[in-house]
Design a protein around this ligand. Structure first.
Ligand code: Q9C
Ligand code: ZN
Length: 483
C-alpha cells in the first residue's frame, strides 16, 4: 500500500515537471512555469491580451463560436454578440475602403492533439479586428463588404476539381490533415469558401469602381495552395482567385505582390505560364532551405509567362524595412511601372514582421506602411490587400493598422533618405535586377550603382566577420564630411 502511494507520488512529480510550461498567447512560444513574462516576446503571462486593452475584441462568446451550441441560441442573442455591430455600414461608394471579414472564419481551428498550439489560429483575426478597432480605424472610416462563400465553380478557376472535393470532404470529419502542418476541422471548408468569396467580391467591387480599395481579413491563408494541393496552412488560394475575379471583371493586367515572409509557391505555380498576371515576391529563401524552398531569383515564369514572375530571395533572416524598401525602389517599382497593372493585389502576410515566431525578420509597421504607400501612389489607391501569414498577435495587429491607414489615404511621408540596405539585401536585390533586366528595363545607373555598392560592401563584409546583416554604406555616406 505504502509502496503503491510512493509510486504514484513519484509519477505525478514527473508529470508536474513535464506539464510545467505555458504558451504565450501573443507569440505561442513555450515558457517555463516559473517565468511570468514570455522569454521570446516579453508578453506578460496574464496580460489579458484579447480580453482587455489594446487588442481586446468584442466578438462572439465561446458559446456562439461553437456551431453546435449556436443552434440553440436565438437570432437576437447571436446579434447581440456580433463583432463590431455599430461599425458595419452596408453602403459602399467609390471613395471608400472596405473590410472583408466574417466571424465564421474563426471556426477554422486545429483540434488540439499536440502539446504546442498551431500558429495559424483564430486569435490572429480577433487580434487584428481588435487592433483596428482600438486604433479608431473602423467607425465611419471603413465599410464592411458582406461576406460570401465562393462557389465550387469559382474555386475551380484556379484549383482542380479533385482539390476542391478534397477540401469539401474535410467538413465531414472532426479533424483532417493535408501533410503535417495543414489542418482542417468541420468548419475549415466553410471558412476557406468564405475567405475566397470575400476576396473575389472585394476585387470585383474595386475593378468596377464601387469601392476604392479593400482589406480582406481572412483565414485560412492562401498563397501556398497549389492548383491541386493544400499546404503551408493554406486550403484555397485567395489571392489567385481575386486575380481571376479581376480578369473576369474586365482587368487586362493584374499584379500580385507577395510580402509574406514565405514564397507564395501556390500563386506562382497557378500563374507560371500566364502573362496577364505578374507575380512579385519578397521572401526569406536561404538558398532553398527556408519553407517552402521555392522562389529563387532564377524562377521567372515559363512559356508565355516568362518574365512575369519576379522573385527577391533573402539569403538569411533578420531582413528589415530598409532592405524591403530598397527592393521596392530598385526592382519592384521600375517593373510594375512598366507592367502598368489594372488591378493590384497585395498578398500581405505579416510574418516578416519584427517579433514573428516563424519569420525571424525585422519589418516594422512603418515599413509596411511605406510599401503600401508606393503601391497606393502607383495604383491611385486601387488596391486589394489580402491577409496571408503572420503569427505574433501584437505585430500583426500593429502592421495591419499601419497598412489600413494608408488605404484610408493617410500617407506615411517620405522614405527616410538615410535608409540603406544590408549586404544581404543588396545581394538579393542586385541578383534579381540582373536576372529581370532580360525582361524589363532596369535603369543602367541604378544597376551600376548597385554593383559599386556591392563590391565596396564585399570588402567590408570580409573585414567584418562576414556578417551579411551589416548595412552597406553608400559612396555618398562615405564622401560626406563628418560632423
Ligand atoms: N519545418 C504561411 O505563412 N512551416 N504559411 C513548416 C517545416 C510551414 C507558413 C516548417 C510554414 C507555412 C501562410
Ligand atoms: Zn508566411
Amino acid at each position: 500500500m505504502d509502496e503503491e502511494e510512493d509510486g504514484k507520488d513519484w509519477k505525478s512529480d514527473v508529470n508536474v515537471e513535464i506539464m510545467a510550461e505555458w504558451f504565450c498567447t501573443n507569440c505561442i512560444d513555450s515558457n517555463p512555469d516559473d517565468e511570468s513574462c514570455c522569454g521570446q516576446c516579453g508578453e506578460h503571462r496574464n496580460s489579458g491580451i484579447l480580453e482587455q486593452g489594446y487588442l481586446a475584441s468584442r466578438d462572439l462568446p465561446e458559446k456562439a463560436n461553437d456551431m453546435e451550441q449556436r443552434k440553440d441560441m436565438s437570432d437576437s442573442e447571436i446579434k447581440l454578440h456580433l463583432t463590431f455591430p455599430p461599425l458595419w455600414t452596408p453602403q459602399t461608394d467609390a471613395a471608400s475602403t472596405a473590410i472583408g471579414f466574417d466571424e465564421r472564419m474563426l471556426l477554422h481551428s486545429e483540434v488540439q492533439t499536440k502539446s504546442h498550439p498551431h500558429p495559424e489560429r483564430p486569435d490572429r483575426l480577433r487580434a487584428i479586428m481588435g487592433g483596428l478597432s482600438a486604433a479608431g480605424l473602423f467607425s465611419g472610416l471603413c465599410c464592411m463588404i458582406p461576406s460570401r462563400e465562393a462557389t465550387l465553380a469559382e474555386l475551380e478557376w484556379v484549383h482542380s476539381h479533385s482539390h476542391v472535393e478534397a477540401v469539401e470532404a474535410t467538413s465531414l470529419h472532426e479533424a483532417s490533415y493535408f501533410g503535417r502542418d495543414t489542418y482542417a476541422n468541420n468548419y475549415s471548408a466553410l471558412a476557406a469558401r468564405l475567405a475566397a468569396g470575400t476576396c473575389i467580391d472585394l476585387m470585383t467591387a474595386i475593378v468596377k469602381g464601387q469601392i476604392l480599395n479593400g482589406f480582406a481579413l481572412v483565414r485560412p491563408p492562401g498563397h501556398h495552395a497549389l492548383s491541386a494541393t493544400a499546404m503551408g496552412f493554406c486550403l484555397h488560394n485567395n489571392a489567385a482567385l481575386a486575380a481571376k475575379a479581376a480578369l473576369s471583371a474586365g482587368a487586362k493586367k493584374v499584379m500580385i505582390i507577395d510580402w509574406d515572409v514565405h514564397h507564395g509557391n501556390g500563386t506562382q505555380e497557378i500563374f507560371d505560364s500566364d502573362s496577364s498576371v505578374l507575380y512579385v515576391s519578397l521572401h526569406r529563401h536561404q538558398a532553398g532551405f527556408f519553407y517552402p524552398g521555392t522562389g529563387a531569383a532564377s524562377e521567372v515564369g515559363i512559356k508565355d509567362g516568362e518574365g512575369f514572375s519576379v522573385n527577391i530571395p533573402w539569403p538569411c533572416g533578420g531582413i528589415g524595412d530598409e532592405d524591403y524598401l530598397f527592393a521596392f525602389q530598385n526592382v519592384i517599382m521600375p517593373i510594375v511601372e512598366q507592367f502598368a497593372p489594372d488591378a493590384t493585389i497585395i498578398s500581405a502576410g505579416f510574418d516578416a514582421a519584427k517579433g514573428d515566431p516563424l519569420g525571424g525578420c525585422q519589418v516594422t509597421p512603418s515599413g509596411y506602411a511605406h510599401m503600401t504607400q508606393l503601391l497606393y501612389s502607383l495604383m491611385k489607391g486601387k488596391l486589394l490587400v489580402v491577409l496571408e501569414g503572420g503569427y505574433n498577435l501584437r505585430s500583426i495587429s500593429a502592421s495591419a493598422a499601419a497598412v489600413l491607414k494608408v488605404l484610408l489615404g493617410v500617407s506615411p511621408g517620405e522614405i527616410p533618405p538615410s535608409w540603406q540596405p544590408t549586404f544581404a539585401g543588396l545581394l538579393a536585390v542586385s541578383e534579381a535586377c540582373v536576372i529581370q533586366s532580360r525582361y524589363w528595363k532596369i535603369d543602367r545607373m541604378s544597376l551600376l550603382n548597385m554593383q559599386m555598392l556591392l563590391s565596396a560592401a564585399e570588402t567590408k563584409f570580409k573585414e567584418n566577420k562576414n556578417d551579411p546583416r551589416q548595412p552597406v554604406s553608400g559612396p555618398q555616406a562615405e564622401d560626406q564630411p563628418q560632423g
